[in-house]
Design a protein around this ligand. Sequence first.
Ligand code: UTP
Length: 320
Amino acid sequence: MKNEQKIKKLIIPAAGWGTRFLPMTKIIPKELVPILNRPSIDLLVDEAIASGIEEIILVISTRKQEIMKYFEPNIPLEKELKSKNKWELLKHVKKTNREAVIRVVYQYEQLGLGHAILTGARFFKDEPFAVILGDDLIKSDVPVIKQMIDEYQKVKSSIVGVQTVPYEKLNKYGIVKPKNEKEKENTIFEIAGAIEKPSANKAPSRKAILGRYIFNYSIVKYLEKLEPKEEGEEINLVDCFADYLKEEKIYAYEFDGTRYDLGSIEGFALATIDYGIENKEISNAIKQHILKIAASIYQDTSELNFDNSENNDKKRKNKK
Ligand code: UTP
C-alpha cells in the first residue's frame, strides 16, 4: 500500500562544515553562495517545487541560521520596496517566503550525510521521500527530482541519481556496483552495492552517486543502525546499503543534466558562467568576455590539455 503514495516530501541536508570552501564558509554557509543574485539553495528549492514536492525539510547546523532567515518574510524590506513602487523586486523578495513548505531542523553534530538524512526523515511517517544535497546544483530541462519521481512510479524502489565520472574523480564519490554488468549503461539499472570514495582500481563502475535520491521509508531503520566506525568518523549513507539491499532493491538512474559541485571553488565558478550565459540581461556581456579571453588563451594553447591536432594540421597545410 505504501508504494502507492506520491512523493511529496524532500530533505535538503545542508549542515556540513563546507571546508572545501573556506575561508568564506567560516561565516557564510556555502548554500548561500550566490549563483548570480540568488543563493544556490533557492535554486534547489525551485527544483523541488517544480517536481511537485509540497514539504521541504532543511537540515542545518546551529551556525547556519542565515539559511532559515532567507526563507522568512522580511516585512520592513517589503514595506520599503512598496513605498518606492519597486513591484518587480517586491515580487522576487516575496517569492523567497516559502515558509509554508519549508521546515528547518538542526543537526547538532555533523556526523555525516547518513545522519543528516536520518535527522530529517524522523519528521516523516511511513512514506517515500526525496533528497537533494545542499551543495549539488543541477541544470536540466526537466528537474532531476521530477525525472527520478517518474522512474520511482515505475520501479517503486529506492533510487540514487548517478552520472559517469572520469577515473581520476572516482575517489571523490560513492560509486555504485551494478547488479548486472550488462545493464550498467542503461538509463536505470539495479545495483548490488556502493562503495564510498574507492581508489580507481577498486571502483566497481564509473557511475558516481551525485546529490539526488529517492528513498522508501524503510531505509530509515538501516540508517538508525549505523554507527561511526571510529570516534569522529562520519556516518556515510552508502554504509547502510549492503544491509538494506538484503530487504529491498535499489536502482541507479543516470539523470539528464549538468551538475555543479557547489562545495568546490571550481563548481561554483563554472555554475556562475553557465547561469550568466543563460541570463538575458547579462548573457551578451558574458559571451563577449568569454570570446575575448578565449582569443588570448588560444594564443598559447600549448599550456592547456586540448586536443589541438586539427589546428596543427591546418597550420602545417598553411606552411606548405
Ligand atoms: P559534503 O561532504 O559535500 O559537505 O556533504 P561538507 O561536509 O559540508 O563539505 P566539506 O567536505 O567540508 O567541504 C554533502 C552534503 O551533506 C551535507 C552537506 O551540507 C552537503 O550538502 N551534510 C554533510 C550534512 O548536512 N551533515 C553532515 O554531517 C555532513
